[in-house]
Design a protein around this ligand. Structure first.
Ligand code: UDP
Ligand code: MG
Length: 197
């Protein structure tokens, strides 16, 4: 059985958190865990200085039996710092990163686990469609093309943080000394066998 940590950054997500818990519960049901050879996942929620009830909601879920830890940041440090903080606590054989706003479907993590079993060490989720307006969608599209043009590292286009990475990759990323980090870039930079790039 493979241990799986799921790092989830949270900033003012009180409305969506109950839905997220439900969705995670449905996705990682006993049958799916058995089929994909997984232990019950351990969630690492990182509250990035939320001003709403997010923290309380997560704490209550943990008190109610959710297999999770809550790392509570002292202020809003930003998405990428929250991800970095969550990764620093991750010890499982594989770690998934997923946004808390349900824009990344948790079921895809199971497919990523299958890819990991085929030998890949970094597996990306790529957004093929976006719900945002046309201008924002264009800006996202443009950002990844500019990034790709400027960067010597081959960073997967249209992939956010949603991914599954092997403990080796987590451990390498955690050792990097950068203070101002762009984990999506570092994840591509560290090497290893990457899928989806
Ligand atoms: N988030 C965070 N800190 C922030 C902003 C966002 O931890 O300062 C979290 C947010 O709750 C979500 C994820 O990071 O789970 C992605 O944020 P957002 O949905 O704003 O990013 P986008 O979907 O636009 O890439
Ligand atoms: Mg989002």
């Amino acid at each position: 059985m493979t241990s799986l940590d799921i790092v989830i950054p949270v900033y003012n997500e009180e409305d969506v958190l109950p839905l997220l818990f439900k969705e995670l519960d449905l996705t990682f049901n006993a049958e799916a865990l058995e089929k994909h050879g997984l232990e019950t996942p351990h969630y690492i929620f990182v509250d990035d200085g939320s001003k709403d009830q997010s923290k309380r909601i997560i704490r209550e879920a943990i008190d109610g039996g959710l297999n999770a830890s809550l790392l509570s940041l002292t202020r809003n440090f930003g998405h990428q710092s929250a991800v970095t903080a969550g990764l620093s606590l991750s010890r499982a054989q594989i770690t998934a990163l997923i946004d808390s706003d349900l824009q990344d479907p948790p079921q895809v993590i199971l497919e990523m686990v299958d890819k990991w079993r085929q030998g890949y060490e970094v597996i990306y989720g790529v957004r093929r469609q976006r719900k945002e307006g046309k201008i924002k969608v264009f800006c996202y599209w443009f950002f990844y093309r500019i990034l790709s043009f400027l960067s010597e590292v081959d960073i997967a286009k249209d992939s956010g943080d949603f991914c599954l990475i092997d403990q080796k990759v987590v451990s390498t990323m955690n050792k990097l000394p950068e203070k101002l980090r762009f984990p999506r870039g570092l994840r591509a930079w560290v090497g290893y066998k990457q899928w989806g790039a």
